[in-house]
Design a protein around this ligand. Structure first.
Ligand SMILES: [Zn+2]
Length: 89
């Protein structure tokens, strides 16, 4: 009886190892997984020049005049004295 249980455990371990091996091979043959997040267009802070993610940045202005800032300090500086946008955007 003990021998039967040991044989059963051994067989289940072998089956698990084989199924993992097969899964590893099929994963390896498939297309490479997308590990990088999708690219996001960055906006440049007109005050300090830092590139910021528009969705997370502070903003001032509307429409085409919308500017993105890295911090409240930069936004205030812009509101006091707006400057033309960076030439190489
Ligand atoms: Zn800034």
């Amino acid at each position: 009886m003990l021998r039967l249980i040991l044989a059963f455990i051994l067989i289940s371990m072998v089956l698990r190892a084989v199924s993992r091996l097969v899964r590893g091979i099929t994963d390896g043959m498939g297309p490479p997984r997308q590990t990088q997040p999708p690219a996001v267009a960055l906006a440049r802070d007109p005050v300090c020049g830092t590139y910021v993610v528009p969705a997370k940045a502070l903003t001032a202005g509307q429409g085409a005049d919308m500017r993105f800032f890295c911090s409240e300090k930069c936004r205030r500086a812009w509101q006091v004295k707006p400057a033309p946008p960076w030439p190489n955007r």
